[in-house]
Design a protein around this ligand. Structure first.
Ligand code: FAD
Ligand code: NAP
Length: 454
């Protein structure tokens, strides 16, 4: 085997470890840099890195069988929607099982990643040391940098109560007997409103638009295991889903919630078994968007006013790469166009893993992405020409923006099964291209570059 390029992986969350395992198995030399003292990222409650959004009572909302890696099933003793402690333990066991923990440099944060003249990468670590690699794989997660309402609501600076983002929510202890306003209609808002309703005096769920509420279970099994093949056109799958949800949940206004302004599948799914029951019990009251905060009260867009002690902004996250020069790579409005959500068309030795929002779990997709990059680095996959990649990206983006509600949360949506199917087809096409090119390495190792330059 020829000398392979050296790779730096940033992050040992569920995306970084899936990619690291793929490199490990293919004999690609790599170092994985992890800011924390453990793997698992977001799924480690109270993670030392300060980046985890996990709260005490967090359970996954994508089912066990759809979340597990393809060659390492979660224990059958796990429930369909396990607790975060079980998920974190699973990721840790994965690294142990495949034996690459010694390739992870714990408690080592990448402060800066700069592309050098000639193409390699120079990483500056938090102890001030500098290391060089031939390729860079970014798996730093995209649910850790809170997106607060921008601009802030009028009067936010004068509000006498507590304003917090869902990222710092831990449990409902501080909400006991309080009046709580929860803003947003994503999964954080559902979970936090439901938890707050167990102890608070009043909970108001404020939203600028309605969403479809998808149950975790249907007909005695996880809804995401319904088995709607990607070979069935999306329009038909959507119709089936609409019939199912329409005939089970029915109209959301019957629960006091706003009706969605879009069809099912045009927003990232909001999954909750409990929110509708809270609505029917009257323990949560729906409100339109916040208009302003005034002293100890919150005014809503319909003019109604409530007393509030706590406002929880469940307003999502920013996609951030603090280690890149923003003029080189950034994601304004959460938008970073990539070829199949992995390859940067201008930078052939830079890859993103897990930087996508599937209708379904991220992990098996990150696993497939890691394998794809591994094949590329070994010369077993070749990219199409840049013009073709850009055409493909434009097509994907047009399709996504047409289908989804315009929002910074809908800039990298994919359908789980469709993505995996299309990726396997692209990998087969790229393998053929690589064969035609004699399986040459697309990213030359440093020694080869130095030899050529001499
Ligand atoms: C509350 C919540 C619940 C969720 N539930 C689900 C779910 O049920 N199913 C699902 O599929 N997804 C869910 N998600 C999405 C979540 O993003 C994924 O589950 C998963 O955590 C993504 O893994 P990741 O490795 O990409 O990112 P992360 O888990 O965020 O891991 C990133 C890792 O990179 C490290 N890192 C970051 N920057 C640096 C640096 N500069 N140097 C070194 N290391 C660095 C971090 O320390 C961390 O370990 C949820 C998200 C949230 C916020
Ligand atoms: N149990 C679980 O497994 C679980 C729990 C929590 C989160 N998650 C996951 O974590 C990720 C993040 O979820 P999230 O709920 O934190 O964020 P999110 O999905 O981005 O939802 C943000 C919500 O806030 C609204 N919003 C944003 N800015 C606003 C503003 N200025 N004014 C009013 N409303 C505003 C959005 O409305 P628009 O749609 O109009 O933009 C949306 O309803 C998702 O992948 C989610 O599935 C999973």
């Amino acid at each position: 085997m020829p000398t392979l390029p050296t790779v730096a992986v940033i992050g040992a969350g569920s995306s970084g470890i899936a990619a690291a395992k793929a490199l490990h198995e293919r004999g690609v030399p790599f170092t994985c840099f992890e800011a924390s003292d453990c793997v698992g990222g977001n799924w480690v409650f109270g993670n030392k890195n300060g980046m985890s959004a996990a709260y005490r009572q967090l359970f996954i909302n994508t089912s066990r069988d759809r979340m597990e890696y393809s060659d390492y099933p979660m224990p059958k003793s796990y429930p369909d929607f396990p607790h975060h402690t079980q998920i974190a333990a699973y990721f840790d066991a994965y690294v142990e099982h495949f034996g690459f923990r010694d390739r992870i440099r714990f408690e080592t944060k990448v402060q800066r990643a700069a592309r050098m003249q000639g193409g390699g990468w120079e990483l500056t670590l938090d102890d001030g040391s500098v290391e060089r690699f031939d390729a860079l794989l970014v798996a730093n997660g995209h649910h850790w940098d809170p997106r607060w309402p921008e601009p802030a609501f009028p009067g936010a600076d004068t509000f006498e109560g507590v304003q917090m983002h869902s990222h710092s929510y831990v449990d409902n202890e501080d909400m006991r007997g309080k009046n709580v306003v929860v803003l947003g209609m994503g999964n954080s808002a559902m979970d936090i409103a439901v938890e707050a309703s167990q102890v608070a005096s009043n909970v108001y769920l404020a939203a600028r638009r309605g969403v479809h509420i998808i149950p975790k279970y249907l007909w005695g099994r996880p809804l995401d295991q319904l088995g709607l093949s990607p070979r069935i056109p999306w329009a038909i799958r959507r119709k089936i889903l609409e019939l199912i949800i329409g005939s089970t949940t029915g109209s959301l206004s019957r629960y006091g919630l706003p009706e969605p302004d879009h069809r099912i599948g045009s927003a990232h799914p909001t999954i909750s078994d409990e929110i509708l029951s809270c609505m029917t019990h009257g323990t949560i009251t729906a409100k339109p968007n916040i208009a302003s905060l005034e002293g100890s009260s919150v005014r809503f867009a319909d003019g109604s006013v409530v007393e509030a002690d706590v406002v929880v902004y469940c307003t999502g996250y920013k996609v951030s790469f603090p280690f890149f020069d923003p003029s080189f790579i950034s994601a304004p409005g959460n938008d970073l166009p990539l070829f199949r959500r992995v390859f940067h068309p201008r930078v052939p030795n830079l890859f993103f893993i897990g930087l996508l929002q599937p209708l379904g779990a991220i992990m098996p997709l990150a696993e497939a992405q890691g394998e794809w990059v591994g094949e590329y680095l070994r010369g077993r996959y070749a990219l199409p020409p840049e013009r073709e990649m850009r055409r493909d990206m434009d097509r994907e983006r047009r399709r996504m923006f047409k289908r989804y509600v315009a929002s910074p949360r809908h800039t990298m949506q994919v359908d789980y099964d469709d993505y995996l199917l299309e990726l396997s087809r692209e990998r087969a096409r790229g393998h053929e291209r690589a064969r035609e090119r004699g399986f040459t390495l697309p990213v030359a190792p440093r020694e080869t570059r130095a030899r050529e330059a001499a």
